[in-house]
Write a protein that binds this ligand. Structure first.
Ligand code: F6P
Length: 319
């Protein structure tokens, strides 16, 4: 193996730059050349390349976003797109590809792997919805960003004795919502993994009011419903007057936390180790402190379970 390609794909996540740096420097340390593709699979198909060196990935470990940029590629979902991508990789003499992204990006990598091309994935998404790793790159930073915002909201919620609904990202998973809810001491959390019960929520809110609780925070994962839908349903069903805030893409920005910068650095090094050992078609993850390579398709085929104790804690602590 002589030359490795690298791309970031799908939604960006804090720590992706740290992962690019780690892959590039670990590969060069092992006498490999590194070529970056800009804008994910789109850049691969368009031949939008940038050679990466030790110095070109300097000064990025602490930066949010991704220096390679990213995209969601419609073209690469189709079999002809994947075949074209394979052709481009051959044209650029790339021997293996490292893909940093979420499960959508890994499906593309798996398609390349099925055509016989060596790939290794690094899980990078704020959603943390991938099996094969305890944590994805960006999740910790996004939780901290959500926490900072929610703490500010709590100040005004308590001054005005208001009910606030905070919509957080996470796609179809509730990891981000649950973590933020426990960290922020939210009174309630709604996540897609638990069936939503409007009457039960209204009962809890009424009960809290009767006990003299003047303000409450409800964290709602986007996979359940939007904060504005919840706002109108709470009004219609329970007569509650709630204010809403949608944290949105703020959660994807900012410098990576120390946890994410370290995770990204370890996974970047781990991805190059996997390539050198010939562990193709894998994703590197961190499980119980160890860097482990597992089949890339397990990241979406296996189920990553939410911690039910955490869920119970929101109820117990948010009384
Ligand atoms: O997968 C990361 C994520 O931020 C999800 O939480 C969210 O649903 C989605 O991406 C938003 O994607 P886009 O930026 O393309 O609207």
């Amino acid at each position: 193996m002589k030359r490795v390609g690298i791309l970031t794909s799908g939604g960006d996540a804090p720590g992706m730059n740290a992962a690019i740096r780690a892959v590039t420097r670990s590969a060069i340390y092992n006498s490999l050349e590194v070529i970056g593709f800009r804008r994910g699979y789109e850049g691969l198909l368009d031949g939008d390349v940038v050679p990466l060196s030790v110095s070109s990935v300097g000064g990025i470990i602490h930066r949010g976003g991704t220096m390679l940029r990213t995209a969601r590629s419609e073209r690469f979902i189709k079999p002809e797109g994947v075949r074209e991508g394979l052709q481009r990789l051959k044209e650029y003499d790339i021997d293996a590809l490292v893909v940093i992204g979420g499960d959508g990006s890994f499906r593309g990598a798996y398609d390349l792997h099925k055509l016989g091309f060596p790939v290794v994935g690094i899980p990078g998404t704020i959603d943390n919805d991938m099996a094969g790793t305890d944590c994805t790159i960006g999740f910790d930073t996004a939780c901290n960003t959500a926490l900072q915002c929610i703490e500010k909201l709590r100040d005004t919620a308590s001054s005005h004795e208001r009910l606030f609904l905070v919509e957080v990202m996470g796609r179809n998973a509730g990891f981000l919502a649950l973590e933020a809810a426990v960290a922020a001491g939210a009174e309630h959390v709604l996540i897609p993994e638990v069936p939503f019960d409007m009457d039960a929520l209204c009962k809890k809110l009424h009960y809290a009011r009767e006990r003299g609780k003047s303000h409450s925070l409800i964290i709602v994962a986007e996979g359940v419903m939007s904060a504005s839908e919840l706002q109108s349903r709470l009004k219609d069903t329970g007569g509650f007057d709630a204010r809403i805030i949608v944290l949105g893409h703020i959660q994807r920005g900012g410098s990576p936390s120390s946890f994410d910068a370290v995770l990204a650095s370890r996974l970047g090094g781990g991805a190059v180790d996997a390539l050198l050992k010939g562990e193709f078609g894998t994703m590197v993850g961190r499980i119980a402190g160890q860097i482990v390579a597992s089949p890339i398709q397990a990241s979406w085929e296996d189920k990553k379970n939410l911690d039910s104790d955490m869920l119970a804690l929101v109820d117990i602590l948010g009384i």
